[in-house]
Design a binder for this molecule. Structure first.
Ligand SMILES: Cc1ncc(COP(=O)(O)O)c(C=O)c1O
Length: 416
């Protein structure tokens, strides 16, 4: 187990964290996109306390907590998809991915699953296999699960030389069609799993035709489309769910992270006909759908809606993007600045022409920020992307102060 910062967290409040020595930090990491509503939001805390006073655990497979049902219903209401839906609750993103794959395999009777290069879906056997980055997630952890096939994701900044940006989305959908010809026939494919914006992969926003193209292909071959919204969900990209930007309706959506407001919770939500095709007792587990976590999630959803946090996230994200684009003019190492809503990142390179990744510079910038009061994370296949995951409740002053620290870091560390 590795930890990004060599300090120990003691308290969190709003958009800040305090360590055991009393040092205060602006939080641009939110525990890897978990605290979209900020640390210790009063309405989430009240819901947790109220539920803990009544029931902490009954075990969904034994006696279903009523909070489980309320949350499942709410998730079916708020997720895209104008068709009958069901929801299954679990404890984490990886566990939710595992279960989404179990659902589509049992429902279709097919074995194969397709995912994308540069994807991240978790650290369990299946979710690790579906992940498209070797070190550190897959290295020496094999053998991997069988029947997983991977194709390129449209990564505009690192697209193949000579390819026009407008052709990229279509080319990646075409790569799936090629896979059906070369490697696995479409009628053996149980599902295609995709992040609407790649998270750990470096906040890679696909071109607008990619997800609609994938949706069309899945419909054509009757393959369930599974959207992994673990990192993009719950307002992060400026909409409640990132697929809403493209207007597509996935057959299943996988959720976790910010849903539980800091308590462990994951979910698979999707078409009733797929969810109902599974054996009773084949899915779930002892802790999945814990009532305290469900109560927190119900409060998180209402806070996001009442405080219009997806819209606010978009405004804050645009503010950060505009400022970071200004840095691109002054610093040749800022190769790309990109994002969707409050999912904002910059990719650092040693040379704009070659786009060689600037991994060392990235680490130095992070270290500067960590020692100057800003919690910040990197991402990307080459570990050279600085990603911003501030709470959607952060004040403009705190956001600007965090960006000041990041700008100082860039100005101070001129060369690798
Ligand atoms: C897109 C995506 N899917 C799945 C996961 C795995 O979630 P967890 O860490 O809760 O298992 C993550 C975690 O970062 C993620 O970003």
């Amino acid at each position: 187990m590795a930890s990004t910062m060599p300090v120990f967290a003691a308290e969190g409040s709003g958009a800040s964290l305090t360590d055991v020595d009393g040092n205060r930090y602006i939080d641009f990491a939110t525990g890897i996109s978990v605290m979209n509503v900020g640390h210790r939001h009063p309405r989430v805390l009240a819901a947790i306390r109220e539920q803990a006073d009544r029931l902490v655990h009954s075990g969904a497979p034994v006696m279903m907590p009523e909070a489980y049902i309320r949350l499942a219903r709410r998730l079916c209401e708020i997720t895209p998809g104008a068709f009958p839906k069901k929801a299954l609750l679990l404890n984490s993103g990886a566990e939710a991915i595992e279960n989404a794959i179990k659902v589509v395999r049992q429902a279709t009777g097919r074995p194969a699953v397709i995912s994308f290069h540069n994807a991240f879906h978790g650290r369990t056997l299946m979710s690790m296999t579906l992940t498209g980055k070797v070190a550190p997630y897959k290295q020496n952890f094999g053998p991997y699960a069988p029947e997983v096939y991977q194709v390129p994701y449209p990564y505009e900044y690192r697209r193949p030389a000579g390819m026009a940006a407008e052709s990229l989305g279509g080319a990646c959908v075409e790569a799936v069609r090629q896979l059906f010809k070369t490697t696995v026939s479409a009628d053996r494919v149980a599902g295609i799993l995709v992040e609407p914006v790649q998270g750990e992969g470096g906040f890679v926003v696909p071109p607008p035709d990619f997800l609609p193209g994938l949706r069309k292909l899945c419909t054509e071959y009757q393959i369930p489309l599974i959207a992994d919204e673990v990192q993009t969900g719950f307002g992060r990209t400026g909409r409640m769910f990132a697929v809403e930007h493209s207007g597509i309706e996935p057959d299943l959506i996988v959720l976790a992270k910010s849903m539980g407001g800091g308590l462990p919770l994951g979910a698979v939500v999707g078409r009733s006909e797929l969810m109902d095709a599974t054996n009773p007792g084949g899915l779930g587990g002892t802790f999945g759908g814990n009532p305290v976590a469900c109560a927190a999630a119900l409060a998180v959803i209402e806070v996001l809606i009442d405080e219009k946090l997806p819209d606010r996230g978009k405004q804050l994200g645009d503010r950060a993007l505009a400022r970071m684009r200004g840095w691109q003019d002054r610093h040749s190492q800022v190769g790309d600045v990109r994002g969707l809503g409050a999912m904002v990142a910059m990719e650092l390179v040693t040379d704009r022409a070659t786009r060689d990744p600037a991994g060392t510079l990235t680490n130095e910038i992070l270290r500067y920020c960590h020692t100057h009061g800003l919690v910040l994370l990197k991402a990307g296949l080459y570990d050279n992307v600085i990603r911003l995951l501030f709470p959607l409740t952060i004040s403009e002053q705190e956001l600007d102060r965090g960006l000041d620290i990041l700008e100082e870091a860039l100005d101070q560390i001129k060369r690798v």
